[in-house]
Design a protein around this ligand. Structure first.
Ligand SMILES: [Zn+2]
Length: 465
């Protein structure tokens, strides 16, 4: 008998491997952080032994979902500046509060955000942390939240020019590009031995870095094998800026800096021209599609079905909770499918299995981690969750893949495992108290709203409960 740490048996395994195998009455063995056996229960049960065995009869095992785009600090700003377009919303909520957001507020927001991701099946999140105006070292709060909740985290070290923000008083720190890269150097050292946490570069948008800054991002990406991720073509504003400043569109300009490689994750990509498609294909860029955010802000419809047809790699993200109002990953799945069916008047686009691919293996490819996560295979990190069909939303389940995309709720995600460690078991988050996280965030967010006098003037908008 081979001793392992955890066995899950009698379960349907949705592998998302190259053959997209579904293993009925399946079995997985986990030792340390990895899957060491994946197959049929009948074939493997007699060979493996573990102290902890989960009988998954009537349930399904999925690879953990991957959120390619979030701003966890925005969890403190949920529900504010609503019913506005992109820049009106930013000015009314995020930019107004920006200079007042400190370490403990981000820690509270990020902890709750990581728990909401885990609670809905997302085991990896790329957090685009651009809030640095209050004090130095604010990224440490997101790192601490990753560690205390057990999620696999990629810290996207953001950089944004804050001089035009309407905060009163102005942001205490106006970070320069030199400060940005110095902090990236510091974080590279700090995170070099972390198993679940890594670093990416996250310039905010085209006007947040100089041409030199983008060239430097390209160098860092190559030298340290890091992702670069950036908001691109969410509205027409970045192209307008780029044409005026550089005489080229956003993507044409970025191409000249060398930053466009298969480690570049372009976020949103709503306003894609034919020329943009060609540049995306040429450099094998990945796209982070955030359907809830695009709809709430009225940004439009990213041409995701065309991206998929053209062979682009597209994953999913929740975006920050100040715009999407949620980190619930299940909502992203459903929205990613329905928004394009409705927009194109075609129910055959964005089928459920494609959405699951986007949420798993495509996300892993975008992160350059498809040899480690994104599917249930021997040798990969054991990031996965058990789907139970026993909820009012889902039952009766004829097809778990359709059920999880179209009719699921957090209680369907019964048990969640990250790197072999159980972080949610039988519908209870085990690494960090959900109630503590909620109480901490509610209090700190209320203080922030009072300090900044965030707009709360609309009918039906209650300032506090
Ligand atoms: Zn964003």
């Amino acid at each position: 008998m081979i001793k392992v740490d955890l066995i899950i048996k009698n379960i349907m395994v949705v592998t998302v491997n190259d053959k997209r195998e579904l293993i009925n009455n399946g079995f997985v063995a986990i030792k340390g952080q990895k899957f060491v056996a994946v197959g049929k229960t009948d074939d493997l049960e007699s060979k493996y032994q573990a102290e902890k065995v989960i009988d998954g009869e009537g349930k399904a095992l999925f690879p953990g979902f991957i959120s390619l785009h979030s701003h966890l600090f925005q969890n403190a700003l949920k529900g504010l500046g609503r019913d506005k377009s992109l820049f009106e919303w930013l000015d009314a909520s995020v930019r107004k509060a920006y200079g007042f957001i400190d370490y403990n507020l981000i820690l509270a927001a990020a902890t709750a955000g990581c728990l909401e991701n885990l609670n809905t099946g997302a085991t990896t999140v790329l957090d685009y942390q651009y809030c640095h105006a209050h004090e130095l070292g604010l990224d440490g709060s997101v790192i601490e939240a990753f560690k205390r909740t057990g999620i696999r985290g990629i810290l996207g070290r953001g950089h944004t020019k804050v001089v035009n923000y309407p905060g009163l008083p102005p942001c205490p720190i106006d970070e320069t590009e030199d400060m940005f890269f110095e902090d990236v150097d510091r974080l590279l050292v700090e995170l070099k031995d972390e198993e679940r946490i890594s670093l990416a570069l996250a310039p905010g948008i085209i006007w947040d870095l100089s041409e030199e800054g983008f060239k430097k991002c390209a160098e860092y990406s190559k030298k340290h094998n890091m992702n670069v991720t950036m908001h691109t073509l969410e509205s027409g504003d970045d192209n307008a800026f780029s044409l005026e400043k550089y005489g080229k569109t956003t993507m044409e300009f970025l191409e000249t800096t060398g930053v466009l490689t298969n480690r570049f994750i372009a976020v949103h990509c709503v306003q894609m021209s034919e020329s943009d498609f060609n540049i995306f294909k040429k450099h094998e860029l990945s796209v982070a599609h955030c359907p809830m955010s695009n709809m709430i802000l009225g940004s439009g419809f990213a041409p995701v079905p065309k991206m998929i047809n053209d062979g682009l790699n597209v994953g999913l993200g929740a975006d920050g909770s100040a715009s999407s109002d949620t980190q619930n990953y299940l909502e992203q799945l459903k929205a990613a499918s329905l928004v394009h069916k409705g927009n194109l008047k075609d129910p055959t686009v964005m089928p459920a299995e494609l959405v699951i691919e986007m949420a798993t293996i495509n996300g892993a490819k975008a992160l350059g981690m498809d040899d480690k996560i994104g599917s249930i295979e021997v040798g990969k990190l054991a990031d996965c969750f058990i789907f139970t069909p026993h909820t009012l939303s889902s039952c009766p389940v004829a097809d778990p893949i359709a059920a999880i995309v179209y009719s699921s709720e957090p209680d369907n995600i019964e048990t969640v495992i990250v790197g072999g460690e159980i972080v949610k078991e039988n519908n209870v988050l085990t690494k960090w108290s959900k109630d503590d996280a909620i109480n901490d965030l509610v209090e700190r967010a209320k203080d922030l709203r009072e300090t900044v006098s965030l707009e709360e003037t609309k009918w039906g908008q209650v300032s506090s409960l």
